[in-house]
Design a protein around this ligand. Structure first.
Ligand SMILES: NC(=O)c1ccc[n+]([C@@H]2O[C@H](COP(=O)([O-])OP(=O)(O)OC[C@H]3O[C@@H](n4cnc5c(N)ncnc54)[C@H](O)[C@@H]3O)[C@@H](O)[C@H]2O)c1
Length: 442
């Protein structure tokens, strides 16, 4: 066994990057429950923003220890390592390559907090290494990656959750109960929207050398080779197709997921998807995803409509982002800050009393992580299963594909392909840049 002390010594000798030459241990899939007092060792891949904030939720639980951090940016890695030491009094192992981190058999859970184009490879490898996984949303940056990740989680019998923390929020659960109870009458339309300044990208700046300590080639990973540009890097990668899907996937997965939940999680995919939009407000910015977009999903008996506006900070129902569930008797409007119920038509004898905006008090992030840890310990399903994450990500990605092809798309989940659209079929799978190879499951 590699002890922490021994490993740290080797690591110190090898420096950050840790070409240790330690052979990969064969790790058997965890299949039994973890006892109440057993430690759960966690490793984080992608430490800058969201990954770090999720990790902080993990280490609130006394049974959790973060023993490893991995990032391709040495500055981020050192900073987070120091902060973790400050919080826990323990120094994590540090890696610049996730594959080396996965060799640590002591790690039970891997958190994936990398940009969207870097979810699939570490996820599939982590499944193969017998780790349980907290992967950030959207599950991946393409439909084919989502499909292979679902397959891997099942084949290797992993407990997986996706960072759609609204699935752990009691308020959203209450809204779903309200809809299920029929209080709103027939809900035939669900609108989701996200208007954010950052959805417009940022004014173009010239390409430049990457900052010191950044392994930019590895940051790009399987994505095409491009020069470094700070407006396509930490945080700002979201508006470029190679790394993310704009507001459509960034917020769409959270809010369209509420639509899927409201429809009972029974029909994961729409019959048709059609979209229209463009880079209309900020054509001079560093942006490829549309700043202005509408998508209509037809589920046969319910229309789900998505709208995003980059650079705009206000929106319907006095909310810059949210969801409205429109029923024949009433409409519920909600976002993470508050929710309200508006009686349809305000008839003399309303079937439902209006509810003014209700504040949302619970910290969904904390509950999401706590429930995932319980799921790992008991080998049970978490609040947001891989199936839920898969459905939400594919739904959002369908919106982007409808926009990019300009076609009315019909996705056939059985065939994992589109009917009548060779263009959409050709865009389902990203072309991985060598030496990276699109993962396969034996
Ligand atoms: N659930 C939520 O509410 C929520 C909120 C924000 C972000 N997210 C998701 O979290 C993920 C990360 O977003 P972010 O805003 O933190 O991005 P970020 O750019 O701020 O941070 C990503 C980090 O990953 C590192 N990284 C990149 N490639 C790597 C690799 N191959 N190995 C190791 N590290 C690598 C980067 O250097 C950086 O430190 C995204 O998928 C995003 O959609 C979710």
């Amino acid at each position: 066994m590699i002890t922490r002390r021994k490993f740290a010594k080797i690591s110190a000798l090898a420096g950050i990057g840790m070409a240790t030459g330690i052979p990969a241990p064969i790790v058997r899939s965890q299949a039994k429950a973890i006892s109440a007092n057993e430690k759960i060792n966690v490793g984080l891949i992608g430490c800058k923003s969201r990954g770090w904030s999720v990790l902080q939720q993990f280490i609130k639980s006394p049974e959790v220890e973060c023993i490893a951090l991995c990032d391709v940016d040495e500055t981020v890695l050192n900073k987070r390592s120091g902060e973790l030491f400050g919080l826990t009094g323990k120094r994590p192992f540090m890696f610049s390559h996730y594959k080396k981190m996965l060799e640590l058999k002591e790690i039970a859970i891997v958190i994936i907090g990398t940009p969207d184009h870097w979810h699939c490879l570490p996820f599939v490898d982590a499944c193969k290494a017998g780790k349980d996984i907290y992967v950030e949303k959207p599950l991946a940056n393409s439909i084919a990656e989502c499909n292979i990740m679902l397959q891997a989680a099942k084949k290797y019998n992993r407990i997986v959750t996706v960072g759609q923390q609204q699935r752990s929020a009691t308020t959203w659960a209450s809204i779903m109960e309200l809809i299920k109870s029929g209080t709103l009458g027939d809900v035939k339309r669900i609108n989701g929207w996200a208007n954010f300044g950052y959805g417009a990208g940022a004014p173009r700046v010239p390409d430049s050398p990457p900052p010191q300590g950044v392994d930019f080639d590895q940051w790009l990973g399987p994505a095409p080779l491009r020069p470094f540009n700070r407006n396509r890097f930490h945080g700002s990668w979201r508006m470029n197709w190679d790394y993310g899907g704009g507001l459509m996937t960034d917020w769409g997965v959270h809010l369209l997921d509420m639509a899927l939940w409201a429809m009972g999680d029974t029909r994961q995919f729409p019959e048709t998807v059609v979209a229209s939009g463009g880079i209309m407000r900020f054509p001079g910015n560093e942006i490829q995803t549309p700043d202005t977009l509408n998508v209509v999903y037809n589920y046969g008996d319910c229309i789900v409509q998505w709208e995003n506006n980059g650079g705009i900070q206000s929106g319907p129902w006095n909310r810059n982002y949210g969801v409205s569930f429109v029923g024949s008797k009433g409409t519920v409007v909600a976002n993470r800050e508050s929710w309200e119920l508006v009686t349809e038509g305000k008839s003399d004898k309303p079937l439902t009393a209006d509810l003014p905006p209700q504040p949302i008090q619970q910290d969904a992030n904390q509950t999401h992580v706590r429930h995932f840890l319980d799921a790992v310990k008991n080998r049970k399903q978490p609040d947001c299963t891989i199936e839920i994450g898969h459905a939400a990500a594919v739904t959002a990605l369908l919106g982007n594909l409808a926009y990019r092809t300009g076609e009315i798309l019909k996705y056939d989940p059985q065939k994992q392909g589109f009917m009548d659209s060779s263009k959409a079929n050709s865009m389902m799978t990203p072309i991985y840049r060598g030496p990276y190879i699109f993962p396969s499951i034996d």
